[in-house]
Ligand binder design. Structure first.
Ligand code: PRX
Length: 632
């Protein structure tokens, strides 16, 4: 029984204004808000209307003022063998320098700044500096390549881009500048300036009049003071692109005040982090987990946060646990895939570290399978808390609020709806709530979405409504596009996506984007990409291609060569993160008589499952070909 949590949850749904007014006390306001929630124009929710605050003030300044010497940002790179710790006071200095550099480049309140960077402290400085001066940042994951980057540049039209010479992965240098230059050449929008951090990893040519070397620019700003801009609670703080059904990524727009409050509340009630403790999230700043739980959440809570560049198994599979010991990490956050990687190694890597500081390990981003959960739970001897959420929501939809009241975990379930989220399982045909236990449906959220969730799609309110709020007949509810069930105890189980989004090693990818990229190769006539279950990565992308001139590629050698070429196309355009595991060649793709591609049937066949009802299929041989191919 979780009586206390149940009462808190009910209050958050029945009297949301009272609930969130209280949570809002966890952050500093420059001007108090007049209204907790304005939901006069559903589905657009405005939180803490009339209030003014600043994310950077809450994350940095207020702690620098009271506990300036405490650790704030701990940077560890096992790629470059670097370890630097910044106290809150030092972080404040660094952020002000970056803010001054951005201002000198002409960045003003409301302008966009695109951040394309590896996991280095300057990336966090840039995010916080934007928040400080009221610029809207858009961080693009460093694993994305030029076409992905160009489409984001054109969508958010940044005044300035902040980047670095290179990242490094497993000892391999990944130059960023050539990809950035290519993206800037491709994009119609031309940013006024490009600020380049030179790590000395890869040669980089600066384009005169456009590119600025960060170290030289920063040298002129040492000791500078740049005040925090008072931001309206509803002012956008950032845009983060994510994949959906269409090929065009959506810019998830986040507000300022609602996000600050939601993160502060989640740090207390869900993650149980206390000021002065250390938080270690193994994600990347290019993803939502990096935004909420590497940069903003822990710092807002007054915790030190670890930014880690490197593999989980380098120099050995004990590196993360050694960091837990060294920095007395109290809360750790990772993804199931990372745990599945570590599971291949000797558990003594875990046992040899002193993990007494660690309260819990949180896992999110993809389904946590039971064997993985059991293994890590057994080896670590600490609570393992699965939490389910999305780029769109910014913080957990489903989890356990152990900071309010300890609840029991159920392996395979990411828990129960968190305060503020009125979650329903809905029958996608009738639009009715599934009221019985274990009935499958779409996981949906009744509006208003709680603070911290997306405000809209950047520059496209209509797309926000059409995409998220219009897919369930007769209902204005937010669809997560995940299938789910709720058991008799109210615990949810997530059963996969309802749309064409796949999840590879916790990375969310749109199959349409990969299809579009493959289609750009001159040999390709048509292509279908599906996500197929994989023991290590959860899912991998599989591509099936119909060639314009199949006889030209009839030999296995020619096909292998073309497969390699097609993978390179995806690497170059979208990034290796989106590269299909295999590209197979087929004479035709399974479609309905009206020409709709039957991706689900392809996926089922690839996973050796029953493809279900195929009465609408045009030519059954298309599917049997694929079946024969994947079984060989
Ligand atoms: O399908 C769900 C899956 O990842 C999607 C969201 O991915 P992203 O926008 O990258 O946000 C990740 C934030 C942690 C969801 O729609 N997903 C996320 N967490 C879980 C999950 N599936 C099952 N269990 C989870 N804990």
């Amino acid at each position: 029984m979780t009586q206390r949590f149940d009462a808190v949850y009910r209050q958050s749904i029945d009297q949301p204004n009272d609930f969130w007014r209280e949570q809002a006390q966890l952050v500093d306001w420059f001007k108090p808000f007049d209204e907790v929630c304005d939901y006069a124009q559903p589905p657009f929710a405005k939180w803490f209307v009339g209030g003014q605050t600043n994310l950077c003030h809450n994350a940095v300044d207020r702690h620098a003022a009271t506990r300036g010497g405490d650790n704030a940002l701990i940077f560890v790179s096992t790629e470059t063998n670097t370890e630097i710790t910044y106290s809150f006071k030092q972080l404040l200095e660094q952020v002000q320098v970056m803010a001054a550099v951005l201002k000198a480049q002409g960045v003003k309140k409301g302008d966009r700044v695109l951040i394309y960077m590896p996991m280095i402290p300057e990336a966090a400085f840039a995010m916080l500096a934007c928040a400080r001066i009221g610029a809207i940042h858009s961080v693009v994951f460093g694993g994305f390549a030029s076409v992905s980057l160009a489409s984001r540049i054109d969508d958010c039209t940044p005044t300035v881009v902040v980047s670095a010479d290179a990242g490094s992965r497993g000892g391999k240098i990944v130059p960023y500048k050539p990809l950035l230059d290519e993206a800037l050449a491709l994009a119609a929008h031309k940013p006024a300036g490009v600020v380049m951090v030179n790590r000395g990893l890869a040669p980089m040519a600066l384009q005169a009049g456009r590119d600025v070397d960060y170290a030289s620019a920063a040298a002129q700003q040492q000791g500078v003071q740049v005040p925090c801009e008072p931001m309206a609670s509803t002012d956008p703080s950032y845009i983060l692109y994510t994949s959906g059904t269409t090929g065009k990524p959506k810019g998830v727009q986040r507000d300022t005040g609602g996000y600050a409050v939601a993160l502060a509340a989640s740090m207390k009630h869900i993650y149980m982090g206390e000021p002065g403790e250390t938080y270690f999230s193994t994600s990347d700043i290019g993803w939502v987990v990096g935004h909420s739980y590497i940069v903003y959440g822990p710092l807002i809570a007054g915790m030190a946060t670890i930014m880690y560049e490197g593999l989980p198994v380098n120099p050995d599979a004990g590196i993360w646990w050694q960091l837990v010991e060294k920095y007395k990490v109290s809360v750790m956050f990772s993804a199931p895939t990372a745990v599945r990687v570590l599971k291949k190694y000797d558990p003594s890597f875990i046992k040899n570290a002193d993990l007494s500081s660690l309260k819990a390990l949180f896992l999110a981003g993809e389904p946590l399978d039971e064997p993985t959960a059991q293994w890590i739970s057994g080896e670590l001897g600490k609570p393992i808390i699965d939490n389910y959420w999305q780029t769109e929501t910014g913080w957990p939809i489903l989890s356990l609020a152990n900071g309010i009241e300890p609840a029991k975990s159920k392996f395979g379930s990411p828990g129960v709806p968190m305060y503020g989220y009125n979650v329903q399982i809905i029958d996608e045909n009738t639009g009715e709530n599934q009221t019985q236990a274990n009935q499958k449906g779409v996981v949906a959220i009744e509006g208003p979405l709680p603070p911290g969730c997306m405000q809209t799609v950047w520059g496209d309110d209509k797309r926000f409504i059409d995409t998220y709020w219009s897919s369930i007949p007769g209902r204005l509810v937010y669809s997560t596009f995940d299938w789910g069930i709720r058991d008799e105890d109210g615990y949810f189980f997530i059963l996969g996506r309802t749309d064409d989004v796949i999840n590879v090693a916790g990375h969310r990818l749109g199959t349409r984007e990969i299809e579009e990229s493959l289609s750009s190769h001159s040999a390709v006539m048509e292509v279908a990409v599906v996500g197929v279950a994989d023991q290590l990565k959860g899912q991998v992308a599989m591509a099936f291609v119909v060639l314009k001139d199949a006889p030209a590629y009839s030999t296995p050698e020619a096909q292998l060569k073309l497969e390699g070429e097609l993978m390179k196309v995806v690497d170059g355009q979208l990034g290796a993160v989106a590269r299909p595991a295999r590209v197979r060649f087929v004479p035709l793709l399974p479609k309905t008589r009206s020409g709709k591609l039957l991706r689900r049937a392809i996926q089922a066949v690839c996973e050796q499952r029953d493809p279900g009802d195929l009465t609408t299929m045009d030519d059954p041989s298309a599917l049997s070909n694929i079946k024969a191919l994947v079984q060989t």
